[in-house]
Design a protein around this ligand. Structure first.
Ligand code: PHE
Ligand code: ZN
Length: 861
């Protein structure tokens, strides 16, 4: 029995390691329940101290420990292996066993669907072998794998394959074992170690780097899935070319391997030279993948590839610095996606992530700065704050320094720190030094949690517009006063008379309160935070007229979209007994204007017409009342569809015969069609049923099929059932399509959803051990079914708590991710607040994993 420690670790307690490990040699004898792992470590004392050796250790059993070849005493307690030793340099050998087949947590070495696979980030290498499992201990790894030659024709680890052979097992079986030996010449921390063994189909390609070296690209997929790997491979080639062009960064090994596995907790993992991917972010073809899937694959392939420099070559000193690699790499993958597709569409989608998930996290009990200061379970800090707000912070530096200044900072960062484990401060210093700029105040973004609120007031005189901005953060403990942040504000002045652009620029807002004066001799409308130039909440009262002016004339399409969203929010926030018919009419008119305006690019038009999600609306309330939000939102949608049915219907009819394929123009048309269909699905007109069926049947791509499912779900459950039945027979055994089906089921906005979910959980393709299956069914219910999840009976909350109780035993990391909607309980109106708290209290009485314990205790704290 492993004793769990729930003690927190603090950034302020960081100390350098007691030992270094210049060389690591590993030997694996792969076996389902008893994999034998032997390590041979060259240990080197760091400095003059006399402390013994303490290794992180969470293996099943430690068999033997040898120092310089002599067996030695050891002691395992509290997830640590302690060895008394006073030598300055020595060779340490350790033999342990691990149990891959029963590893449902999917951390360390696990076997699933016949494949052995590892996941070590952040602190799971210690589940494979005792080690100094921390990112500031870098080692050169040599790895030998022994396994059944027939079952595991592919045996992979990081770096280069340097040797291989056959041995006959010395038991009676006479079975042939094959062994392979890999060596990765680049010193790396243990979290970047990987091992995979299985039987795959292999897709290959090559990439010639800017310096003329040829790199072998290898993509491993389940047998029979080769035809689904081409988009991922093409994305990899694009990523490699892009990083050379934009950052001058070249790949540094002769081989780049990507393995797609079916059981994976996250999206993917950047192990050096051997990425392991959730198959969802690899496999795609027109028949089974949506445009969103294609986009996601390109982005995640890019993300993991970009980690080779931002994460692997330069890594983190400690896990509090996670945003050093993640914030920066997300920023880089966002730039990549924008370059491959559309900058503004990317920006809208990232702003949505920030305003829904990140703002919610930042106002809840688990709020933390992008560089956290206190952690119980590191897995809990792979968050939208560290990743996405982290990327926004990097983006603001980019805005402050400009493209060439930012690039100079990156160049200096690599020049100074290549091969090292460093801190966020080191990154900011490189940016500052390369540009001769003082970024001291900017660094407050790294240490202060919470979403900044910016209050806007403006006064127009005959000659000028006076803008006053004030900023504040949620209050912190008295000892830690919040300091003002550096906020880049991109703006534009539009003439009220004809919408002419009078001035565009950026002001730097870095005081608690600050006034900016813009000279102008005619009445103007000010557009603020173009392109979502800072991750802040803006408190500003604009009239409907002003918002419409921005929708029509702003140069920045992001702000045009944002103003459309605000027009909806106005209706919902302001709706009381006295709904102003006139202003409702105003919203309908601007929607009609957008629908009929042929000058608006299709992709932008789709965004302008998108109905704000429940979550993005909820996040704008101080006290959330789901019933109110859902009711008013439904009312408005109803009114729109009553007024504009004919217009919308006609436009949908025009969007037929869209060319298949992941081509930007087709993606945009399918997106617009989907948005229009969503409006129509709120009508009870029987033509709509026919239309949805037709879209489903006529489509030769998964995007439109899923769009039809989504509309059917809103229109009627009977129609949804019908389409699902057909899909289930057409796509038997395709788990990724199955996930799309269960997500639609889980979002049925009526109480029958419970029965349906139970039914689909019985399907032969469902397994509660597979994170993708679980997220698609139950995750969709929790996150995207506000009608039922937030039903006033509290049934949804109870369902989640019961689910978490079971899931925590199987896969704590997954359970912990899925508790998030309960954590914000204090944001809700009294009745729901109470119901949510009851469930948290129930959970707190159970024996929980570290992961859930940290969240539940902070939520009730
Ligand atoms: N480092 C991975 C990424 O962002 C995410 C990850 C974290 C995967 C922890 C698995 C475990 O690319
Ligand atoms: Zn990452």
């Amino acid at each position: 029995m492993i004793v769990m420690t729930t003690e927190a670790k603090y950034l302020k307690d960081y100390q350098t390691p007691d030992f270094f490990i210049p060389e690591t040699e590993l030997f694996f004898n792969l076996d389902d329940e008893h994999t034998l792992v032997r390590s041979k470590l060259q240990m080197k004392r760091n400095g003059e101290h006399t402390r013994g050796l303490v290794l992180d250790c969470q293996v099943k059993q430690v068999l033997r420990v040898l120092i310089n070849g002599n067996q030695t005493d050891f002691n395992v307690e509290q997830e640590q292996l302690k060895i008394d030793v006073d030598l300055a340099e020595f060779e340490l050998e350790i033999e342990v066993t691990v149990d891959p087949i029963n590893n449902t947590a999917l951390e360390g070495l696990y076997k699933s669907a016949g494949v052995f696979c590892t996941q070590c980030e952040a602190e799971s290498f210690r589940r494979i072998t005792p080690y100094l499992d921390r990112p500031d201990v870098l080692s050169v790894f040599t790895v030998t794998i022994f396994a059944d030659a027939e079952l595991y024709p592919h045996m992979l680890s990081n770096g280069n394959l340097i040797d291989s052979g056959l041995v006959t097992e010395d038991d009676d079986s006479n079975k042939q074992l094959r062994w392979v030996k890999w060596r990765d010449p680049h010193p790396k921390p243990s979290y970047l170690f990987a091992l995979v063994a299985g039987d795959f189909d292999l897709l290959t390609d090559t990439f010639v780097t800017q310096s003329g070296r040829t790199v072998d690209l290898e993509l491993f997929v389940d047998k029979g899935n080769l035809h689904l790997g081409h988009h991922a491979m093409a994305s990899l080639v694009k990523s490699m070319a892009w990083d050379e062009q934009r950052y001058g960064l070249e790949y540094d090994l002769d081989k780049y391997m990507v393995v797609a596995v079916d059981f994976f907790n996250m999206g993917a993992m950047e192990n050096k030279g051997l990425n392991v991917f959730n198959s969802k972010y690899v496999l795609a073809d027109l028949n089974t993948a949506t445009d969103i899937d294609y986009h996601g694959i390109e982005a995640v392939i890019g993300h993991e590839y970009f980690h080779n420099w931002t994460g692997n070559r330069v890594t983190c000193r400690d896990w509090f610095q996670l945003s050093l690699k993640e914030g920066l790499t997300v920023f880089r993958d966002q730039q990549f996606s924008a370059d491959m597709g559309s900058e503004v569409i990317e920006r809208i989608s990232h702003a949505n992530v920030m305003r829904t998930m990140q703002f919610a996290e930042d106002s809840g009990p688990m709020a933390h700065p992008i560089r956290p200061e206190k952690v119980i379970e590191m897995n809990n800090f792979y968050t939208v704050t560290v990743y996405d707000k982290g990327a926004e912070v990097i983006r603001m530096m980019h805005s402050l320094l400009g493209e060439s200044g930012f690039r100079a900072g990156m160049d200096l960062y690599f020049k100074r720190h290549d091969g090292n484990a460093v801190t966020c401060d080191d990154f900011v210093s490189a940016m500052a030094d390369a540009n001769n700029k003082d970024l001291t105040q900017f660094q407050n973004w790294y240490s202060q949690a919470g979403t900044p609120s910016v209050v806007v007031s403006e006064k127009q005189t005959d000659t000028a517009l006076e803008l006053t901005l004030s900023q504040s953060l949620p209050t912190r403990p008295a000892a830690e006063q919040n300091k003002p942040l550096v906020i880049p504000v991109k703006y534009e002045l539009l003439a009220n008379s004809d919408g002419r652009s009078l001035e565009r620029g950026t002001v730097i807002f870095d005081k608690t309160e600050q006034m900016f004066t813009f000279n102008c001799s005619e009445p103007v409308t000010l557009v603020l935070f173009e392109n979502f130039s800072a991750p802040v909440k803006v408190q500003r009262t604009l009239t409907q007229e002003q918002l419409i002016h921005i929708v029509k004339y702003a140069s920045d399409a992001f702000c045009r979209w944002d103003s459309m969203q605000s027009l909806w929010l106005q209706q919902i926030n302001g709706a009381s007994d006295t709904i102003l018919d006139k202003s409702r009419q105003g919203l309908i008119e601007v929607i009609e204007y957008v629908l009929n305006n042929d000058d608006i690019e299709t992709s932008i038009k789709a965004e302008l017409l998108t109905i704000p999600s429940y979550t993005s609306i909820a996040e704008t309330f101080d006290v959330i009342n789901p019933s109110h939000i859902l009711k008013v939102k439904a009312e408005i949608t109803q009114q729109i569809i009553e007024s504009l049915f004919e217009t919308i219907n006609a436009l949908v009819q025009n969007l037929t015969n869209i060319e298949d394929g992941y081509i930007q123009s087709s993606v945009a048309q399918r997106r617009l069609k989907h948005i229009l269909l969503t409006y129509l699905s709120h009508s009870k007109n029987s033509d709509v049923e026919r239309l949805i069926r037709q879209v489903y049947l006529d489509s030769t791509n998964m995007t439109e099929k899923v769009s039809a499912l989504e509309s059917a779900r809103v229109y009627s459950v009977a129609l949804l059932d019908d389409l699902l039945k057909d899909m289930d027979t057409q796509f038997t055994d395709n788990v990724l399509v199955f996930d799309k089906m269960t997500s639609a089921v889980a979002r049925i906005p009526h109480a029958e959803v419970y029965g349906k979910m139970a039914l689909w959980a019985e399907h032969k393709l469902f397994s509660d051990k597979n994170p993708n299956r679980v997220r698609s069914l139950f995750g969709a219910f929790i996150m995207n079914n506000p009608e039922q999840f937030h039903d006033e009976s509290g049934k949804g909350y109870q369902f989640l708590a019961d689910f978490l109780k079971k899931m925590d035993k199987l896969n704590p990391q997954l359970a912990s991710r899925m508790i998030s909607p309960l954590l914000s309980w204090q944001r809700y109106e009294p009745a729901r607040k109470d119901l949510m708290k009851q469930q948290l209290t129930q959970l707190s009485k159970l024996e929980l994993s570290k992961d859930l314990y940290e969240k539940v205790s902070s939520a009730l704290g």
